[in-house]
Design a protein around this ligand. Structure first.
Ligand code: SF4
Length: 626
C-alpha cells in the first residue's frame, strides 16, 4: 500500500522505499535527509504503509512543538489516502494541564512532580474536591471528544482550544485517545525516560516490541541520552535543601547526623573541591572524594552515611505527601539530595566520570559518557528510523548508540547546488592561542565589515561562542557595519528571541548576531530574502573542558576516533546547520563565508579558499559565477 499523499519529488520515492524496506525487515534505518526532501512525510509514509498492515503503532519522537505540528499536518494529508489516526502528546505545562496555569510554583514542576500532583488531584473523588478539568471529563464522558479527535486529528494547540471550550483537561484527553492512534507524536523524553515510556505503553496499549519508532533531528539523540543518564547537584539546590530541613525541624537522619549537618558538610566539601581542583571551569574528582570528605567532616562510617541518605529520601516522601495534601507542588529538596547522594554512591561504573564544576553555582556532577545503555529501547522495539538533515557520519551514529541491524543511507539535497556558494578566508582563525593576536582580530573584523557592506543582503553572523561574540563586538563591530543589527543574546527567552527575529526579518540589509549551535542556527527558517548571507566565525569546536576531554578519551577507547567523533563532527554539524538557514526552498540563493583558515580540508564541510570573501560575495550576488 502506497500512502504517500503528494506527487513524488526528487529523491522522495527512494526515501520512502528505503524506510519501508528497512522497517519491514525489523531493521534500524539511519539516514541523512537534507532540507527539502520532505523527511517527515517520507518517513511516515514508508513506516505507516508497512506498520498498519502488520497492526503496529508508530511513535514519532520530536524535539520541538513545531515538529509535532508538522507530524500531524502530514498525517492529515496521509489520511486522505489511508485510514490513519494520529495523536500529538506533550508533557504537562500550563497549556496542557490548566490546573497549574497561573501558579508559578506548580508551573515550574518537573514531569515527575507534576505526575504526582496530577495523581493526587485525580484520586480525590470526581465531583468533589479533585481537579475540576478531570471532574468534568468524568461527568460528561469522553466518547464524543474522542470522536471529534478522530474526525479532525487536531494539532496540539487546536486540541487545547477545543478542551478549553469544554472545560476539560487536554493532557488527559490526548492520553485517552492514544489507544486508538496509529501514530503518536511525543517528545524524546516519553521514550528515553523509562518510567514515562512504561506509562506511554500502558496508555497506548502497546508493547515496546511491537512499535516502530521514528526519531526526528536524531543527531541530537546521543547527547540527549547522555543527559538523561547524568546527574548533577548544585550549591543552590543544597541551600534549598538546608532551608527545607530547617522548616522541618532539622530531622535526625541517623545517630549523630542531623540534616543541616549533612548539608553543611556537603557545602564545604563542594567549596573545597572547587578551590583545590578547578582550574578553568571543571575538574575530575579523586575516587571517593565526596564520601571520604563527608566521613571526615561528620565522623561517620560509610554505613551510617548510607542510612543518612536513605533517611533523606524517606523525609522527602513525608514532605511531598504533606504538600500533595495541601495541593502544593510535591517537591522536596531533601528528597532530591538523598536520591542524588544514593546515585552518586552507586555509579562507580566506568561509563561515568565524577566532576566538580566551578562558576557562580558550583556543582557535583556524575556525567555519563556512554549513551548506548540508554538506547536499549531502540534495540528492543520492532524497528526504528533515525533521521536528520545533518546526520553524518552515519556509521559513527550507529556505533555510538550500539544500534542493531542498521541500514544507512545518505540522500542528496534536492536543490540546485549552484544556488549556494561557500568560501573560507585564508588569513584568519579563532584557534586558541592565535585568535587574540591583534592583527588576526583586526583582519577578522575587516572581513565581517567588508562582507556586510559589500552586499545589501540580510546577513546572519554566527560566532563560535558568546565570549568571541563579546570580544569582537567590543571592537566596535556594530558601529563599523553601519546596518541595523539584531542579536540572539545569552539567556534570552523564547518570546524575546521570536520578537528580535521578527524585527530582523522585516528589516532590509540587516544583520543578526547569533552563535553556532544556538537556537537561530539550529531551528529557525528564513525563506526567500529573509536571509541571504551567512558569515561563520571560526570553527565552532566545543571548549575542551575536563568533561569534554574525558568524553574524548572514553570514546577513543570504546570506539576509536574520539576527537573526530566528539569534537570535529559536532562542529561540522553546527556549521552545516548554520549554513542550512540560507536554502530552505528551490528558489533560495545564499552565500556563506567561513572566517577561519582551518576550514581548508575540514572533513564533511566543503568550502573554497578565498583571499577576498567580500569580493566573491559581490560576484555571487551579481550572478556572474552562474
Ligand atoms: S487532570 Fe489534567 S488538568 Fe487536572 S491535574 Fe491532571 S493534567 Fe492537570
Amino acid at each position: 500500500m502506497d500512502v504517500f499523499p503528494y506527487r513524488y519529488r526528487r529523491h522522495q520515492r527512494d526515501i520512502v522505499d528505503f524506510v519501508k524496506a528497512s522497517v519491514s525487515h525489523g531493521c534500524t534505518a539511519v539516514m541523512e535527509s537534507p532540507t527539502g526532501t520532505g523527511k517527515t512525510v517520507c518517513s511516515l509514509s514508508g513506516v505507516l504503509s508497512e506498520a498498519m498492515e502488520a497492526g503496529r503503532k508508530v511513535l514519532f519522537l520530536t524535539r520541538t512543538k513545531s515538529q509535532q505540528r508538522q507530524v500531524i499536518s502530514e498525517l492529515r494529508a496521509i489520511s486522505k489516502r489511508a485510514h490513519v489516526f494520529g495523536v500529538a502528546m506533550q508533557g504537562r505545562t500550563p497549556s496542557t494541564c490548566p490546573s497549574i496555569a497561573g501558579d508559578p510554583e506548580l508551573s515550574s514542576g518537573s514531569s515527575e512532580e507534576l505526575s504526582k500532583y496530577c495523581s493526587a488531584m485525580k484520586k480525590e473523588e470526581c465531583g468533589t474536591r479533585g481537579c475540576e478539568f478531570f471532574d468534568r471529563m468524568c461527568q460528561d464522558g469522553i466518547d464524543d471528544v474522542i470522536d471529534h479527535m478522530r474526525r479532525t486529528m487536531p494539532e496540539p494547540e487546536e486540541l487545547q482550544e477545543y478542551c478549553a471550550g469544554r472545560g476539560i483537561c487536554p493532557y488527559e484527553t490526548a492520553k485517552a485517545a492514544l489507544t486508538y492512534a496509529d501514530a503518536i507524536a511525543v517528545p524524546y523524553s516519553f521514550f528515553a525516560i523509562p518510567d514515562i515510556r512504561r506509562r506511554l505503553e500502558d496508555w497506548g496499549n502497546f508493547a515496546l516490541q511491537d512499535v516502530t519508532v521514528i526519531v526526528d533531528e536524531a543527531h541530537n539523540l546521543p547527547d540527549y541520552l547522555r543527559d538523561v543518564m547524568t546527574s548533577e547537584y548544585t550549591m543552590r539546590a543544597l541551600d534549598l535543601a538546608e532551608k527545607e530541613a530547617r522548616e522541618w525541624n532539622d530531622p535526625l537522619l541517623c545517630e549523630g547526623i542531623r540534616a543541616t549537618m549533612l548539608t553543611a558538610a556537603i557545602g564545604s566539601a563542594l567549596a573545597e573541591a572547587v578551590e583545590e581542583f578547578v582550574v578553568d571551569e571543571d575538574a575530575m574528582l579523586p575516587p571517593y572524594y565526596l564520601q571520604d570528605a563527608l566521613m571526615g567532616k561528620l565522623g561517620a562510617t560509610s554505613a551510617s552515611l548510607e542510612r543518612a541518605y536513605r533517611s533523606l529520601v524517606e523525609m522527602g516522601e513525608v514532605v511531598t505527601e504533606s504538600k500533595k495534601a495541601r495541593r502544593k507542588l510535591p517537591r522536596s529538596y531533601m528528597g532530591s539530595l538523598g536520591r542524588f547522594l544514593q546515585f552518586w554512591g552507586r555509579c562507580e561504573d566506568e561509563i561515568y566520570v565524577k566532576l566538580v564544576n566551578g562558576g557562580e553555582n558550583p556543582s557535583f556532577e556524575a556525567y555519563c559518557m556512554d549513551p548506548s545503555p540508554a538506547a536499549e529501547p531502540f534495540r528492543i522495539c520492532h524497528s526504528s528510523v533515525h533521521m536528520s538533515g545533518t546526520m553524518g557520519p552515519l556509521d559513527e551514529y550507529v556505533s555510538e548508540l550500539d544500534l542493531r541491524r542498521a541500514k544507512t543511507q545518505m540522500f542528496e539535497s534536492p536543490f540546485d547546488p549552484g544556488n549556494l556558494r561557500t568560501v573560507h578566508a585564508t588569513d584568519v582563525t579563532t584557534k586558541f592561542g592565535e585568535f587574540d593576536d591583534r592583527d588576526n582580530r583586526e583582519r577578522m573584523v575587516y572581513h565581517i565589515v567588508s562582507l556586510i557592506r559589500s552586499v545589501d543582503r540580510n546577513t546572519a553572523v554566527f560566532f563560535p561562542s558568546y565570549r568571541i561574540m563579546d570580544d569582537l563586538l567590543s571592537l566596535g563591530l556594530s558601529e563599523l557595519i553601519g546596518r541595523p543589527t539584531f542579536m540572539e543574546s545569552r539567556g534570552m527567552d523564547q518570546s524575546e528571541l521570536t520578537d528580535e527575529i521578527g524585527r530582523f526579518r522585516s528589516a532590509e540589509g540587516a544583520v543578526l548576531f547569533a552563535v553556532s549551535g544556538g537556537r537561530v542556527s539550529e531551528g529557525i527558517d528564513f525563506p526567500d530574502r529573509e536571509l541571504e548571507m551567512a558569515v561563520i566565525i571560526g570553527i565552532p569546536y566545543a571548549f575542551m573542558s575536563v568533561k569534554q576531554k574525558a568524553l574524548v578519551r572514553y570514546t577513543d577507547i570504546r570506539l576509536g576516533n574520539g576527537w573526530e567523533r566528539i569534537v570535529r563532527a559536532p562542529a561540522v554539524r553546527k556549521m552545516r546547520q548554520a549554513r542550512g538557514r540560507l536554502i530552505r526552498s528551490d528558489t533560495d540563493r545564499g552565500f556563506c563565508a567561513v572566517l577561519d583558515r582551518r576550514a581548508a580540508g575540514l572533513k564533511g564541510f566543503d568550502a573554497s579558499p578565498s583571499e577576498n570573501p567580500a569580493g566573491d560575495a559581490v560576484i555571487f550576488f551579481s550572478g556572474k559565477n552562474n
